[in-house]
Design a protein around this ligand. Sequence first.
Ligand SMILES: [Fe+2]
Ligand SMILES: [Fe+2]
Length: 259
Amino acid sequence: MKKLKITILTENEVCAPLKAEHGLSMLVEYEKIRFIFDFGMSAAWKENADFLQINISDIKYAFLSHGHNDHTGGLKFFNGEFFCAPGIDKQRYSHHPGKPIRNLSMPDECKQVLKNSKVNYIDRFTEIFPGVFCTGPIPRITNEDCGGPFFLDDAKTIPDLISDESALLFDNGVLLHGCCHSGIINTIELCKKYAPNIKIHTIIGGLHLLHASDERLEKTKNYLQSNNINSLYLMHCTGQNAISYLNAKTLTENFITMS
Ligand SMILES: [Fe+2]
Ligand SMILES: [Fe+2]
C-alpha cells in the first residue's frame, strides 16, 4: 500500500495539548505529495502546526472540502494554490429549531485571499494529484436522508444543498471527507461509478451524523458493512453517538498512518 499520513491539525476534540475548535484541518502526506485539507475556523491549525514543528511554508497546495466557515475560516493564514468545487464562496446559513439563525459563510477576508490566489475549481471527478481524486460536487443520487437545516438566504426560503462539497479518494482505498453533508452513501456511490477499480476500505473525517435518526444510522452501518468498509476514523461533525454506533476507531494520537 502507498504511504499515507494524515495529521489532524485541528478538530473539535483534537488530542491535547493541541488547540481544539469546532472545525477541521488536516495535513495530508501521500507519497511525495503534501497538502492541507481544510483550515478549521481560525489560526488554530497553524498554531498547532507550529507546535508540531511542521513547516507550513513548505506546503504549496490546499484542498477545501466546502465553504462552511469551520473549514475555511483559517485559510487566510495559508499562502499557496487551492483546489475546491465551484460556489465555495456563497453566502449560507443554518437554522436549528429554537436557536438563532447562524451565518456559516466563508469570512470575507478569506474570500479575498481566494480571489488573490490560484484556485483550481473542480466541477467533476478529477485526479488532482497522482493517485488523489477529487469527487467534485456530490449529487444526492440515492434516497439517503442527508437532512440539515441549511439555507442560502437568511429568510430561509432557499435550501442549501451544499453543492460546493467534494471529498477526496486515494487510490490506496482511503476516502477523506470534511463534513459529508451530501451523505456518505451518495459519496461512495459516486466513487464507485468513476473509480470502480478503487476498493474503499477506510473513511477518515466528518460524516455529519450528529442529529441523524436511528434509522439513518442503521442504514449507514448496513451500507458500510455490505461494502466491507470497516476502518473508520470519524471526528468533527460525526457526533459521539454515531462514532460509537459505527464502531469507529478511537484516535489516541493526532495522526493516522498507512503504508
Ligand atoms: Fe464542518
Ligand atoms: Fe459543513
